[in-house]
Design a protein around this ligand. Structure first.
Ligand SMILES: *[C@@H]1O[C@H](CO)[C@@H](O)[C@H](O)[C@H]1NC(C)=O
Ligand SMILES: *[C@@H]1O[C@H](CO)[C@@H](O)[C@H](O)[C@H]1NC(C)=O
Ligand SMILES: *[C@@H]1O[C@H](CO)[C@@H](O)[C@H](O)[C@H]1NC(C)=O
Ligand SMILES: *[C@@H]1O[C@H](CO)[C@@H](O)[C@H](O)[C@H]1NC(C)=O
Length: 505
């Protein structure tokens, strides 16, 4: 089994995004006050009402200023989330779906990886079909990945909804019609696109073959389309990912049941997605405190990848390459201000060390729940399907008030983007690099100092609308084309000034 733990290396990027990079010198409150006064004054003279642009310019300056001034944040909910909303409405300028009989051919897709990596692939497959004027055949899911799940597309997603929701953009069919199949003299051509290909690649390299063969399959389809696309196509990506891809009724119902059970116990909860599988730990090359046994076991697993360099566990920790342990995630949450009465929902695969590893987290947060604890028997029909189980966790994590991960895998990325789109629900991405260093020095400081440092390290990685550059290069993680600012349309100059003054106070 040669699987790398994830297509992205654990943590790459998490540590490198420093909140500092986005901060430039900002004007002082005095300047802002003056600017407002001048604007108001000018508007009196000219009758010019402060425009949306003026307003947003003032507000964004003032916002950055708040960040710089270490304004304490509300850990449960961003105070600024209501200024933004997800927007992905179809523009009439976008070319409409090409009918099946006029399309350039049938595009087949074989996705790759776990549920969320496949989700990325499905999303981008729709865009590729649009670019090629092709008819998309419902994507084929990966049955051979590490996660081994025989589910078909329609076992996980609502296929009819998917087809009808996208009907204006791309024609999607469940299978290639029988007549077409029998009229083809050869099997569909298969090929693999390079990572993050530009639309031109598909037009130059894929379209001619598609037109010649009438059907073509793109294999291992996941991150195969560029992050940089026309705005309208980015919005189409959001329509697919955030609207057209809906889980089946069975999955949705059970996921919702879990959410209700949690909400019945507590009006709000934190969902944690933990990855702490043996092979992830081995891959990281770090030491996690499990003594000689751990060293031996992880070294054994590392032999699977013959290209891995010999790493010093200590260097890796100093470089901030280690996964945060469940205990460390718990300490981070407590340091950020979540009390011991907080309800936790923990989504995870296999945890190295099992219960023993989770125990310190449970001690920090006694209200600790997993799906098995909440709906034991109802899970039976799903147990042998890892993707359906992952879908249930996805729903509970998506609905949570606060979402935290200890990794930078596909689920973390997909949910981070989705939660931004759905109203900037609080999403905490630990700065593993800096936290690694802080945890090493933890015995040398009191709790208050530790807590203050954690808050400082995490600034800019809390899922605020103006978060730092973290993830900005990955569209699925930061779907900026689909985030719109809600401008107060009906405000007069005075109410704007009053509101601003109230916020500054
Ligand atoms: C395609 O099918 C539609 C009906 O579904 C029909 O009206 C149209 O003429 C057909 N176009 C071609 C090129 O066959
Ligand atoms: C798709 O169809 C549109 C309109 O019919 C056309 O302008 C465009 O060139 C076509 N693109 C491809 C790749 O065939
Ligand atoms: C939470 O902490 C307080 C002290 O801060 C303690 O009195 C209480 O028993 C704790 N609650 C739980 C559920 O552990
Ligand atoms: C502005 O407010 C007035 C009354 O308060 C309302 O009738 C009007 O529809 C509003 N306009 C917009 C664009 O919201």
């Amino acid at each position: 089994m040669g699987r790398k733990p994830d297509s992205t290396k654990p943590h790459s990027g998490v540590g490198s995004a420093s909140p500092k990079t986005a901060r430039r010198a900002q004007p002082s409150p005095v300047f802002l006050g003056t600017a407002l006064f001048v604007l108001g004054f000018v508007s009196l003279l000219t009758g010019h009402i402060v425009t949306d642009a003026d307003w947003s310019r003032i507000r964004s300056r003032w916002r950055s200023n708040q960040v710089r001034n270490n304004e304490p944040i509300d850990i449960w909910k961003s105070r600024y989330s209501s200024f933004y909303y997800g927007c992905s409405r179809r523009s009439p300028r976008l070319r409409s779906a090409v009918p099946e009989n006029a399309s350039t051919g049938y595009l087949l897709i074989a996705t790759s990886g776990g549920l969320n990596q496949q989700r990325i692939g499905i999303t981008d497959a729709v865009i590729v079909a649009w670019i090629l004027n092709a008819t998309l055949v419902l994507p084929e899911l990966d049955h051979r990945s590490f996660w081994k799940d025989d589910s078909e597309f329609s076992d996980i997603f609502d296929a009819d909804w998917f087809i009808s929701y996208l009907s204006k953009d791309v024609t999607v069919v469940k299978r290639i019609p029988y007549e077409v199949m029998t009229s083809m003299d050869k099997l569909p051509w298969t090929m693999r696109a390079p990572r993050k290909s530009m639309p031109e690649f598909y037009i130059d390299e894929v379209l001619p073959i598609l037109m010649r063969r009438r059907a073509l399959q793109l294999t291992k389809f996941d991150y195969r389309l560029s992050n940089e696309l026309d705005e309208e196509l980015q919005k189409l990506r959001c329509r697919v990912n955030f609207h057209a891809l809906r889980f089946t009724n069975d999955i949705q119902t059970l996921g919702q049941k879990l959410v209700w059970k949690l909400r019945f116990m507590s009006s709000r909860y934190v969902a944690i997605h933990l990855r702490f599988e043996p092979d992830m730990l081995a891959f990281s090359g770090c030491y996690y405190g499990g003594g000689e046994q751990e060293r031996k076991e992880l070294a054994e697993i590392r032999k699977r990848w013959d290209t891995l360099p010999d790493l010093s566990a200590e260097d890796e920790r100093n470089r901030g390459k280690c996964l945060l342990t469940p205990h460390e995630i718990g300490l981070m949450l407590r340091a950020l201000g979540f009390g011991n009465d907080t309800y936790l929902y923990v989504a995870s695969g296999e945890i190295y060390g099992g219960e023993e590893t989770l125990k310190p987290l449970r001690e920090l947060f006694p209200n600790f729940y997993t799906k098995e604890m909440l709906v034991g028997d109802d899970l039976k029909p799903f147990l042998s399907f890892s993707s359906r189980m992952a879908a249930i966790d996805f729903i509970v994590c998506d609905e949570s008030d606060v979402f935290v991960t200890n990794n930078n895998g596909n689920m973390a990325k997909v949910l981070a983007g989705r939660r931004r789109y759905m109203g900037h629900k609080r999403t905490i991405r630990p700065n593993a690099k800096k936290l690694n260093a802080l945890f090493q020095a933890r015995n040398r400081m009191g709790w208050d100092v530790f807590s203050r440092k954690v808050k400082k390290i995490q600034r800019g990685l809390m899922g605020e609308p103006d978060d730092t550059r973290h993830g900005r290069d990955d569209f699925h993680e930061m779907p900026s084309s689909c985030i719109c600012q809600r401008i107060p349309v009906n405000r007069s100059v005075t109410t704007q000034k009053e509101n601003l003054a109230a916020q500054v106070r």
